[in-house]
Design a protein around this ligand. Structure first.
Ligand code: NAP
Length: 311
């Protein structure tokens, strides 16, 4: 088994940025990509807020950015492995052990950037209708709802952004929000309110998703009046936040009560030599730019740590 200098777990903006920096630092990083190269941004349509890449004539997409970052990382010598981590041993190292479906790696240092996944509502019908009307990704599934009516759950930036995107396909997008004000920032709020295809149902939760072969309606309840209603829709898009993909790290790294890996300002985890960056440790910002910054910080810090050890 070859001993690596650096293994990076995950290939989102944090992971690929860490790969670019550690590769340029001649550390020959191995990047274990996870199931989806690029992570969540590979499912993002247009990226308007990444500094320096804005072009109103042709806004870059998430996949465009993934491709640019991947090519840059490989150009400088990062090795991408299209596999998924199944377990780690960070307690008895270095070398640390990282197991994937196909291989076991030993590494002097690790950067964990495994990201986050969309939260589920947990209501009857949700799991049953995934892929048959229930979705967590407008970019992936919006196309299937051309000329149809859909409900969107959530009041944050994701719900607004995805609702606006869905109006490219759907006839009507009804945002069902559990409060009477949105959490989303002012720009996205303004755009959602200005969009004629978007309507709002306030103070309301979805209690059940129902249909035959595919979704046909949702049962809603007004949380203030208790009134139960039915809303006929062909699809339900759920954007109610995320949870960190940290299950494989339980017992290995210190985490908060929501499963986010705890890091200090140098992206150090509870184990010297193991760093974390991006959404696995950041419930607050969740921006491509912040993940990139955290990935870079982790890489620089790790380089210093390895150099200090070898002095
Ligand atoms: P979020 O800000 O946490 O919003 C989640 C929304 O879902 C909230 O409105 C919340 O309601 C609602 N919600 C949570 N649990 C629910 C449940 N069980 N049932 C019904 N509704 C529920 O998540 P997000 O929109 O994914 O955004 C996360 C972070 O990413 C934010 O910091 C956001 O700014 C950022 N982001 C930025 C952009 C951008 O800049 N373009 C795009 C996407 C995301 P309450 O409001 O009542 O809590």
């Amino acid at each position: 088994m070859q001993r690596e200098r650096v293994v990076i777990i995950g290939s989102g903006p944090a992971g690929l940025s860490a790969a670019i920096y550690t590769a340029r630092g001649m550390l020959h990083p191995v990047v274990i990509t996870g199931t989806q190269l690029g992570g969540q941004i590979s499912l993002t349509s247009e990226v308007e807020n990444y500094p320096g890449l804005f072009n109103p004539q042709s806004t870059p997409t998430g996949p465009d950015m993934v491709e640019l970052m991947r090519a840059q990382a490989e150009h400088f010598g990062a090795r991408l492995v299209y596999d998924e981590v199944t377990g780690v041993d960070f307690r008895n190292g270095p070398p640390f052990t990282i197991k994937t479906h196909g291989e076991t790696y030993q590494a002097d240092s690790v950067i964990v950037t495994a990201g986050a996944s969309p939260k589920h509502l947990g209501v009857p019908g949700e799991a049953e209708y995934v892929g048959r009307g229930v979705s967590y990704c407008g970019t992936c599934d919006g196309f299937f709802f051309r000329g149809k009516d859909v409900a969107v759950v959530g009041g944050g930036d994701s719900a607004m952004e995805e609702s606006i995107f869905l109006t490219k396909f759907a006839d009507k997008v009804t945002i069902v929000h559990r409060r009477d004000e949105l959490r989303a920032g002012p720009t996205l709020q303004r755009r959602a309110y200005a969009n004629e295809k978007i309507g709002f149902i306030w103070d309301t939760v979805i209690e059940e998703i129902a249909g035959n072969d595919v979704v046909q309606n949702v049962v809603t309840r007004n949380v203030k009046t208790g009134e139960v209603s039915e809303l006929p829709v062909d699809g339900v898009f759920i954007f109610i936040g995320h949870y960190p993909n940290s299950e494989f790290l339980v017992g290995q790294l210190a985490m908060d009560e929501h499963g986010y890996v705890i890091t200090d300002e140098f992206m150090r985890t509870s184990v010297p030599g193991i760093y974390a960056a991006g959404e696995i440790q950041d419930p607050h910002y969740r921006q491509i730019a912040t993940s990139v910054g955290q990935g870079v910080a982790a890489a620089l810090q790790l380089e210093r740590w390895l150099a200090d050890k070898e002095e």
